[in-house]
Design a protein around this ligand. Structure first.
Ligand code: FES
Ligand code: FES
Length: 157
């Protein structure tokens, strides 16, 4: 069954007729062409597809389009502050928090969610917050460092 949904994507108003069972991840990538959000597992286990839905991080591979009417969605493309990279993006670059980069959009969105709630997280709190985001490359230490450095940058703004 198709339905018309209207939602905000990175601050832009979007209207689409979509099958209600289409996954948010597929809607973003295949229908709208916003491809920063990645598909890893497709089953809610890797976090690569994390986006913000109404201000909260979700696995977009588990969200149906039928739930999106009136929603506010932010993807990695919406993380920048004006023309500038977000501090989290800067520190991931600076600290080597990204290698192949496949997990990075999801890591960044989940890190932002953490820092929005907790501006000064401990290493343990960072590791706990990112436990659902899998990375096959970095060994996580540089990711943790990048989140700590981003937290410091954000606190000193
Ligand atoms: S692709 Fe969605 S959690 Fe892995
Ligand atoms: S940087 Fe390659 S999976 Fe994380």
């Amino acid at each position: 069954m198709k339905m018309n949904i209207q939602f905000s994507l990175n601050g832009k108003s979007i209207s689409r007729d979509v099958p209600t069972h289409r996954l948010l991840l597929d809607l973003l990538r295949d229908e709208i062409g916003v491809t920063g959000t990645k598909e890893g597992c497709g089953t809610g286990d890797c976090g690569a597809c994390t986006v913000f839905l109404n201000g909260k991080p979700v696995n977009s591979c588990l969200v149906l389009s039928g739930e999106l009417d009136g929603a506010e969605i932010v993807t990695i493309e919406g993380l920048k502050i004006g023309p500038e990279l977000h501090p989290i993006q800067k520190t991931f670059l600076q600290d080597g928090g990204a290698q192949c980069g496949y997990c990075t959009p999801g890591m960044l969105m989940m890190s932002k969610a953490l820092l929005d709630e907790n501006p000064n997280p401990s290493e343990e709190e960072i590791r706990f917050a990112l436990a659902g985001n899998l990375c096959r490359c970095t060994g996580y230490a540089k990711i943790v460092q990048a989140v700590q450095d981003a937290a410091a940058l954000l606190r000193n703004r």
